[in-house]
Design a protein around this ligand. Structure first.
Ligand code: SF4
Ligand code: SF4
Length: 467
């Protein structure tokens, strides 16, 4: 489809306002890049401490003012409704030159963030005034990262809200991820640091944040943090053992993956321009089934081994369990969730991590598939087979195939983002909660249904195989 449409690249000329706002953003970003380069050349970042404000303010005004202005020029004055916004003419959004440049830049940022943080000395010092105001300390690479992450969720959340303003679900959901990112994943953890308490991210739980359940002296920093740490451990345990299953039963995994989680929040805001790049092939579906549960097994094993090691007094297993811990941290925590998960947005789509790697998504997905009231209902008689829904499904689900057969979508991988429904011109798809019993065949015999599901590709993939 992409090749076919890209042959008629008669794009509208950008308005003067859009060119001015683009110019301001580029100027701000260039200044920001200068802050990387100066310390490499001179060996020092001469703007540390409060003095950094004289550089931070103009950079923030230019980049954010230009960026927000640019978003306004995109959508202000346009009618609410479904827009393809020249997506399939854009090199940035269709793995053209700019798409590759963006992918390489994102990936390079993650590589230096995890393994060469000294490269970030300039921008880290730039954040000193903000860090000192909130945490009482100088900034480090994680403060820089958290701040950039939050700003991106908020700014691209604004874009998301404008783009999908015809759909109430998208407006509320975007407000929710922005709220949780700003409050629970940025402000509160950094205030806790000011109080010398552990940096606790109340929106992340085991197994997505495995160190919250690691034992004392084996990376379990909450267990090592006295009474306040113990309270945090108890909150985490209640969230994963009680609150999570209950909410997933009533609303599916969307309550977490598309409303609360920071990884989902970034994917749904910064990642939205690339959601159509998700691989819809049967091969991708086969890889997804293996890889996501392999990561879940990996984290369960790692946690189990560490506790066994703790119980045995580190006498037997220390090499093995610590090996598991450090390999999990390197392979999954850094390389997969960060470098590939976000770095590859412009190349593989916005939910690579959520679809192929996140152990929390795996756990919630299993429950959503078999023990939840959530489903997407389809009114196939209205479907005109435009394919918008399948194109924009970030999880690679062939939504159209379900719509055409009037079957409920109850896939484990569906994150309930609701974009398929938001881009459907015929109102075919509805995200609903209802009795578990009528969601799928053998719902009254879940074990039979699970065994059947193991050997059977889901509807869309079955159709592709037949074709
Ligand atoms: S099926 Fe719809 S709600 Fe589910 S992940 Fe795909 S686009 Fe989102
Ligand atoms: S369900 Fe809606 S978006 Fe999907 S193919 Fe049918 S009409 Fe198009």
């Amino acid at each position: 489809m992409a090749t076919e449409i890209a042959m008629s690249p008669d794009l509208p000329t950008p308005s003067l306002a859009r060119r001015i706002t683009s110019g301001l953003t580029v100027l701000g970003l260039t200044l920001f890049l200068v802050t990387f380069v100066v310390p490499w050349v001179t060996g020092t970042a001469p703007w540390g401490g409060l003095g950094a404000l004289s550089l931070l303010v103009p950079i923030a005004v230019l980049t954010l003012g230009g960026g927000i202005g640019w978003i306004l020029t995109l959508y202000l004055g346009t009618d609410p409704g479904i827009k393809n916004d020249n997506t399939f003419f854009s090199g940035l959004q269709l793995r053209g030159l700019w798409g590759w440049i963006a992918g390489i830049a994102f990936t390079a940022f993650y590589v230096v963030l995890y393994w060469f943080p000294a490269v970030l000395e300039g921008p880290i010092r730039l954040m000193d005034p903000v860090a000192m105001a909130i945490t009482g300390h100088q900034a480090d690479q994680w403060f820089l990262y958290g701040t950039l992450y939050t700003v991106l969720v908020l700014v691209f959340g604004l874009r998301m809200a404008y783009r999908y303003r015809h759909n109430r679900y998208q407006l509320i959901r975007t407000g929710s991820v922005s709220f949780f990112q700003l409050g629970f994943a940025w402000l509160i953890p950094h205030f806790l640091a000011r109080l010398h308490a552990p940096e606790y991210y109340a929106t992340y739980f085991w197994p997505l944040k495995p160190e919250y359940a690691y034992p004392p002296a084996h990376g379990g920093y909450l267990f090592d943090a006295g009474v306040i740490g113990t309270v945090m451990v108890v909150i985490s345990a209640v969230m994963i053992l009680v609150v999570t299953p209950v909410l997933t039963y009533f609303y599916g995994k969307r309550w977490y993956c598309s409303w609360v989680c920071g990884c989902g929040g970034l994917a749904e805001t910064l990642g939205d321009p690339w959601r159509h790049l998700s691989d819809k092939s049967v091969t991708a579906w086969r890889i997804e089934r293996i890889s996501i549960y392999a990561v879940l097994v990996f984290v369960v094993l790692t946690t189990g081994l560490l506790w066994l090691d703790w119980a045995l007094g580190s006498a037997v297993l220390s090499g093995v369990s610590e090996g598991f811990r450090s390999w999990y941290g390197f392979l999954i925590g850094a390389a997969f969730s960060g470098v590939i998960g976000v770095g590859f947005y412009p190349l593989l789509g916005s939910r690579v991590w959520c679809r192929f790697g996140c152990p929390m998504a795996a756990l919630l997905g299993l429950q959503q598939r078999f023990f939840s009231r959530f489903r997407i209902t389809t009114n196939g008689g209205q479907c005109i087979s435009c394919g918008n829904c399948s194109t924009y499904c970030e999880m690679g689900i062939d939504v159209r195939a379900y719509a055409q057969r009037e079957e409920n979508i109850i896939r484990a991988s569906c994150v309930g983002c609701g974009i398929c429904a938001a881009v459907c011109p015929r109102g075919v798809l509805k995200l609903e909660n209802g009795p578990v019993g009528d969601r799928y065949d053998h719902a009254d015999k879940p074990l039979t249904a699970i065994l059947e599901a193991l050997g059977q590709p889901p509807l869309g993939e079955l159709r592709s195989r037949e074709e």
